[in-house]
Design a protein around this ligand. Structure first.
Ligand code: NOJ
Length: 734
């Protein structure tokens, strides 16, 4: 939070207290009651009754899924007819853009470009706030190690360190210069906590983990969001070690509001208070209300538990009024800090809304981030000593574009995006974007081949005949947009439908294939990958997907994305992540099956590792050069590597630094990302890159859950991917 706002907190506290002293029990509960617009529900809606009347009576504190300067103004006018005239907060899932859609968050994370990710959130805030929204239910900061879980698309991947940086960037972007400043949206770090560790990757499923793992892997991005001043948190659907997160006092009271001294409020997830009954934790809705508020869940989203029972629970002495007051205080404080108490209509300005509607600069930023989110996974040469297949040339080539995504439009928006009526006009297909770039002497051929998820192979013949006429086949396949996201767990991560069969059919022609894959998660595609000469992973790139892909295909931009999640060879390897333990019997190599930790039918290595991604040139890394091999406890260790770039286009390289604590009082991962830098390399350029490490970077939670540093042997590793590093060992503090 900006320092100025902090200074204002004191007067706000006085105003909050004086307002609270005027409130009836029902009005207090009203501030904690949140309802969805029945017209745009994002969950299983329960009957709202006459919600307009409830708003006028001060019995609703916030709403979700209401958008538009006009509509929010109408509802705010009702709130101002209530006795105390406390304005409503309007919340919305503005996850990766509002009017302008950016890449899905996992795709953005692949850019590793923190300023651009922050800017994407800022633009989303500018557009959404102009449309009456005060509060976004983002960023999702759940660590995701299991691509079966469809919600990995909403997060920043598997790494707690990168995830923390991205969480903080997104919070800063959404909240701008601080609550109450222009176009600031309250952010909401979610889902607190460990939601991403659902057993079997099945959404809403249970989570059981040690507190050490929780603190080390799953909580850091939340802590980073809190440190960046996030206004709110959302709890989660899962139980954690037998206690639903919504009724979990360890998470919400002890850690969040205690240890971290978080001053904002916690909103439940949709219906998650009510859901503590089927969890087997609450005997009744009233019980659930009591357990949730006592555990620190401040706002009830769509359970109706607080509105129905909280006042009685307080009257009956089952919930101390101080607990209720504390929750209401937190909500009112944010209503003051956002400036709503002084100007309830500050975001309900139709003129402002129309100005932000088609902002060219926003679209350009979306295109730039989209092109940086693309990951080049493979780029072979056609004959030895020849040139890699990509980039393609705009002239003199016959290009056959084949596949169900070539002419797709809305599919590129991914899950958690807004569909606008003019999307079909303003979104350019990849096919059209490619066709427009081609110069004379080139031919553009197209066949759909098949659908994304059906059994129809009748388009194969056309695809083959088109491919036969071409020099190169660009095949754009993937999952459906709605296959990743909430409640979109998949057990089979192969390309759905008959798409793999289409790859096999076309590969029989022996022509070079550029395989492009659109998805919200890591898919399983080891077989199709073998048939492709080049592979681009495009995720869902948003409104400007077509242009961004054309920029990369034709080499206007050298691809620079690096995977934020490990890509498995098969579902049987899941969960698979780079920062695993070594075990007592690590395999010596991929073929070692001699009583070691391995599968007898599959290598341990993934198809593509965390941090992996190619460019159109090659970057040679020197071995790291260290300022000392025996640093003392408080030394700053300087780590340098020399990069030599051999390529014809400017390229952005993400240089990654990992450490390994080789023996500690508790087992440490084989690698932990601790730093990275993005370096622009011009053709033929050499650059020295320097990192600084201190003992802070080597700290961890010991078995007593103390965050400590231990002296000893560490590996320092630098490279272009987690599975491609050069190592120097040090003895630190010994
Ligand atoms: C449920 C989802 O888990 C959460 O992320 C979202 O913000 C709410 N629904 C509201 O749509």
């Amino acid at each position: 939070m900006a320092a100025g706002l902090q200074a204002q907190q004191k007067p706000y506290t006085l105003r909050v207290d004086s307002l609270l002293s005027l409130m009836t029990l029902e009005e207090k509960v009203g501030q904690l009651h949140q309802i969805s617009s029945p017209f745009a529900a994002t969950g299983p809606i329960s009957p709202t009754g006459n919600f307009q009347q409830q708003i006028k009576e001060g019995r609703v504190g916030s709403m979700l899924n209401v958008t538009g300067a006009l509509r929010t103004r109408q509802l705010q006018e009702l709130a101002l007819q209530s006795r105390l005239k406390i304005p409503l907060l309007f919340g919305q899932d503005v996850i990766h853009g509002y009017r302008t859609t950016f890449p899905v968050p996992l795709g953005e994370a692949a850019s590793w470009n923190l300023p651009a990710i922050e800017q994407a959130a800022r633009i989303a805030a500018i557009e959404a706030s102009a449309s009456g929204i005060h509060w976004t239910f983002a960023p999702m900061v759940d660590i995701g190690r299991d691509p079966r879980w469809g919600r990995v698309m909403e997060g920043a991947g598997e790494d707690p360190w990168l995830g923390s940086l991205i969480a903080a960037s997104r919070v800063r972007g959404f909240q701008g210069k601080g609550l109450g400043t222009q176009a600031s949206l309250m952010a909401c770090a979610k889902h607190f906590a460990a939601y991403g560790a659902a057993v079997g990757g099945r959404d809403y499923n249970s989570v059981d983990m040690s507190e050490r793992q929780l603190r080390e892997l799953y909580l850091p991005p939340f802590k980073a969001a809190v440190d960046a001043g996030v206004a709110t948190l959302m709890n989660s659907f899962n139980d954690l070690n037998g206690v639903p997160a919504t009724g979990n006092a360890l998470l919400q009271r002890k850690i969040l509001k205690g240890e971290w001294d978080f001053k904002g409020f916690v909103v439940s997830d949709w219906g998650s208070i009510r859901e503590m009954q089927p969890h087997g934790f609450s005997a009744s809705l009233a019980d659930a209300a009591r357990q949730a508020i006592v555990a620190g869940s401040d706002i009830d989203m769509e359970s109706r538990a607080y509105t129905k029972h909280l006042a009685d629970l307080v009257r009956e002495g089952k919930v101390p009024v101080e607990i209720l007051d504390e929750a209401v205080r937190r909500v009112l404080l944010k209503k003051y800090e956002t400036g709503l108490m002084d100007d309830p209509f500050r975001y309900c300005d139709t003129l402002m809304e129309s100005k932000q509607w088609n902002n060219r600069l926003h679209l350009d930023a979306a295109q730039a981030l989209a092109s940086e989110s693309i990951v080049l996974l493979k780029n072979d040469t056609l004959q030895s000593g020849g040139q890699a297949l990509l980039p393609l040339s705009v002239s003199g080539q016959k290009i056959a574009m084949i596949g169900p995504l070539v002419m797709a439009k809305k599919e590129h928006l991914g899950f958690w995006s807004f569909d606008w009526p003019d999307d079909s006009v303003r979104i350019q297909t990849v096919g059209d974007a490619v066709r427009k770039r081609l110069k004379s002497g080139s031919d553009f051929l197209y066949a759909r081949g098949c659908g994304l998820n059906d059994a129809d192979t009748s388009g194969f013949a056309d695809a083959v005949s088109v491919a036969e006429k071409a020099d190169v086949i660009v095949l754009y396949l993937g999952e459906e947009r709605a296959m990743s996201g909430e409640a979109k767990s998949r057990s089979n991560l192969h390309l759905p439908g008959v798409q793999e069969a289409l790859v096999n059919r076309l590969s029989a022609l022996g022509k070079p294939i550029v395989l492009m894959l659109g998805a919200g998660r890591p898919l399983v595609f080891e077989q199709p990958a073998k048939h492709a000469t080049s592979i681009l992973y495009t995720w869902w790139l948003g409104t400007r997907a077509g242009e961004a892909i054309a920029d990369v295909l034709f080499g206007k931009i050298s691809p620079s994305g690096k995977l934020p999640m490990t890509f498995p060879r098969t579902e049987g390897q899941i969960p698979i992540y780079y920062n695993h333990f070594n075990t007592g019997r690590p395999a010596k190599n991929e073929n070692d099956r001699n009583y070691v930790s391995a599968y007898i039918d599959l290598p341990n290595s993934p198809l593509y590792a965390f941090g992996y991604g190619l460019g159109y040139g090659s970057v040679i890394y020197s071995k790291p050069i260290l300022s000392s091999l025996v640093p003392k406890e408080n030394d700053i260790l300087e780590v340098q590597v020399q990069l030599s770039y051999n390529g014809t286009l400017p390229h952005k390289e993400t240089v990654q630094l990992y450490i390994r604590d080789k023996n500690a009082s508790v087992v440490r991962p084989v690698k932990e990302l601790k730093s990275f830098q993005q370096i622009i390399l011009l053709p033929g350029e050499q650059k020295l890159v320097s990192f600084k490490l201190t003992r802070e970077d080597l700290m961890f939670y010991n078995s007593e859950l103390q965050y400590i540093w231990e002296p000893g042997a560490f590996d320092i590793m630098v490279g272009p991917a987690s599975d491609n590093v050069q190592t120097v060992s040090v003895n630190w503090g010994k």
